[in-house]
Design a protein around this ligand. Sequence first.
Ligand SMILES: *[C@@H]1O[C@H](CO)[C@@H](O)[C@H](O)[C@H]1NC(C)=O
Ligand SMILES: *[C@@H]1O[C@H](CO)[C@@H](O)[C@H](O)[C@H]1NC(C)=O
Ligand SMILES: *[C@@H]1O[C@H](CO)[C@@H](O)[C@H](O)[C@H]1NC(C)=O
Length: 546
Amino acid sequence: MTLSPSDISFHLLLFLILILHHLPPSSAAGGHWSLLLPAIGITAMHMQLLPNDRLVIFDRTDFGASNISLADGKCRTDQNDMALKLDCTAHSVEYDVSANSIRPLTVLTDVWCSAGSLAPDGSLVQTGGFNDGDHVVRVYRSCDKCDWQEIPFGLIQRRWYATSHILPDGRQIIIGGRRQFNYEFYPKRSSSEKARSLPFLVQTYDQQIENNLYPFVFLHTDGNLFIFANNRAILFDYSMNQVLKTYPQVPGGDPRNYPSTGSAVLLPLRIVQGIVAVVEVMVCGGAPKGAHLNAKNGKFDGALNTCGRIKISDPNPEWVMESMPMGRVMGDMLLLPNGDVLLINGGSSGTAGWENGRDPVLEPVIYKLNYPIGSRFEVQNPSTVPRMYHSTAVLVRDGRVLVGGSNPHECYNFTNVLYPTELSLEAFSPSYLDPTANGLRPKILSTMTRIQYGKKVVIQFTVQDQLDRNSVSVTMVSPSFNTHSFSMNQRLLVLEGSNGTKVVGRLKYEVGVTAPPSGEIAPTGYYLLFVVHQDIPSEGVWIHVE
Ligand SMILES: *[C@@H]1O[C@H](CO)[C@@H](O)[C@H](O)[C@H]1NC(C)=O
Ligand SMILES: *[C@@H]1O[C@H](CO)[C@@H](O)[C@H](O)[C@H]1NC(C)=O
Ligand SMILES: *[C@@H]1O[C@H](CO)[C@@H](O)[C@H](O)[C@H]1NC(C)=O
């Protein structure tokens, strides 16, 4: 048989189509996974990195016995507990990143589906929960022997599935929660301070499915709050209790908040001449309209594969839509030190809530902000552990992302269930941590621990290979509170260079930058500062902005 040239090109085309079809949407698969601990004793439903490189982790207290005992044979008696009145196990642990070890902590009242923010002094101020814990504020200040402190009536309203955000004055605002169409602050300015109503949460509330819990909240650099619930957002002046702007609905109108559970980030804030000209939010994934009721009836709809970006600082902003390589519900979006966005965890069908998710998405995806549209998403190497409902992810100082949790079952059920209660802690190392990047990796030599608003900062660092002085930047990342696919207070600043990078010794350089100008751009408190060279970040150093 002889083939004509048109046959050959037809076969070649068919061959190419087949190959392309079998390749992941991007062939740049990278990153690697490692198992840190097979069991931390609890399921990591909520995680916060603290400025001493420890993670405080907690799940819920009314869930039966966990797999780790309280210290010194202690027990908790709680007549309100729905599973055990006498419980000698812990429901919170502290994880030491460098030692890779855990120690049990004691929470007394129920912290299930709660919120939190790192206070300016570096302690975690956690708010609400369920049952006897829904009005409680708890403070965790880390030290070798420290434990939780509880403030029984810290909150005016019950806060279950609420979102917290730190404010420029160091207080936090707590917004919403189940059947709470209002917000309040912690700490209060006076004992007469009341919760204030937020009708937007009524307008976006779906009686049957809710779909506006754990709203996505970001502090705009103009001092107002961007609040996204269900399928749209407002710009809100919390001090005047005034809606300043109503943003358009996300095209398609599908819900993005719990239990449709997509995720969202405030994209990197680039400071130029003392201001951030473009403030942009990105929302990705979730479950389509109707998916929650369908999942309860055993039909698991495919997750949304769309992301929307909106410049919230524009006078007439519009959503710009892009498609991810795959659908994702219950995914987490994290800002990496070099400004890339990591999408990790979750499933590709069903919704959030106990048994409602299916088809774990084991591959993280990295979104390259500055690549041309159509080539921004890079599929990464997969984990082997499904991370479904109640899974978490946080960035740590060395640039890894720690991943834990996943427990769609009541009472720590490990057997005869589809996705068993998951006690392991893993790390995902993006490809910037590959040893092949070590030559380009900056190492920070400066030892400053505090920087003041608007002041010049000089940072010394080394790079082993040739330095490209045009691709050095300095970023600052706030440690966020992660639960239910949202990282509260997540923020990345690209600092303004004051006088470029100069050589100060053999392989030794100095870069001058200006600290963020204000608390609206960077609320006071702890941040991780990174020097980034050709997209490869240094290890971070902790600094306090004040
Ligand atoms: C945790 O699990 C391990 C392994 O199954 C078991 O040996 C241990 O007794 C458990 N500890 C607690 C406190 O449940
Ligand atoms: C927990 O596991 C047991 C044993 O496999 C099973 O019978 C039970 O229904 C499970 N309970 C829940 C709430 O999933
Ligand atoms: C850069 O700025 C810092 C601090 O203002 C100063 O110490 C340093 O000498 C400056 N370098 C150059 C090259 O101007």
